[in-house]
Design a protein around this ligand. Structure first.
Ligand code: BG6
Ligand code: MG
Length: 225
């Protein structure tokens, strides 16, 4: 097959941490007197910690100096870490391990590409640290999605050409990052939101090797092998 590596986003693809991010941001926005809804929280998917705070302050019509923003972002992260510290392997989203194991049996490398600086802790808590051949995350890259840096870094760590990587992403910024990296992109979620993805499924439980091979053919990759 054409694909030599699959790169998975973490939040929203492998685990549902959006609810913990929301709870932690809510604690902060309640303190600040900003009205922040679950709908607003959708805008933060795939967005880095500081950029998320900027969106929240914009919603609340607040402007703060960088030094104060840093304190607030650290506080939010402290509350977020308290929540993810209690995560268990049961929180791995359905179909994830089955699909990853099928890929591994077919010699496809597995990498993680996430904006989160809490990636190591989450992988450890849900017990899948050793599943990945490479991990690129918010600790190893500078530029946030839609910049392709995190996915390019994953491909580099695996020593696999970018064009032979497929990315699984639940956020529009992440889909754009994958396309900017020149990779195949499978969206996880809603087709109407994940514009540009080569294919969209609702979760990894709807994914299998055969679907990936059919997609490669549709994109004309089989002629290149
Ligand atoms: C992304 C999440 O994966 O990571 C965002 O979708 C989050 O919501 C970002 O802001 C950064 O995460 P962290 O854990 O470094 O604050
Ligand atoms: Mg995500």
């Amino acid at each position: 097959m054409w694909t030599k590596a699959c790169i998975f986003d973490l939040d929203g693809v492998i685990v549902d941490t959006a609810k913990y991010h929301y709870q932690a941001w809510r604690r902060l926005t309640d303190d600040l007197g900003i009205i922040f809804t679950e709908e607003d929280n959708e805008r933060l998917k795939g967005v880095s910690r500081m950029a998320s705070l900027d969106i929240i302050l914009e919603i609340g019509g607040m402007k703060l100096p960088v030094s104060e923003k840093k304190i607030l972002a650290d506080l939010k992260n402290k509350w977020y870490v308290e929540r993810i510290a209690g995560m268990t392997p049961e929180e791995i989203l359905p179909g994830t391990l089955e699909f990853i194991n099928e890929l591994k049996r077919n010699d496809v490398k597995i990498a993680l590409g996430s904006a989160s600086r809490n990636t190591p802790m989450i992988l450890e808590r849900v017990g899948i640290k050793n599943v990945f051949d490479a991990v690129a995350d918010g600790n190893t890259v500078q530029k946030a999605k839609p910049d392709p840096e995190v996915f390019l870094k994953a491909a580099e760590l695996l020593d696999i050409k970018t064009a032979r990587c497929a990315v699984f992403e639940d956020a529009l910024a992440g889909v754009e990052a994958a396309l900017n990296a020149g990779m195949i992109c499978i969206g996880i979620g809603d087709k109407k939101i994940l514009k540009g993805a080569h294919m969209v499924v609702r979760g990894l439980n709807e994914m299998d090797l055969n679907k990936l091979i059919i997609l490669e053919k549709k994109l004309g990759y089989e002629h290149l092998i």
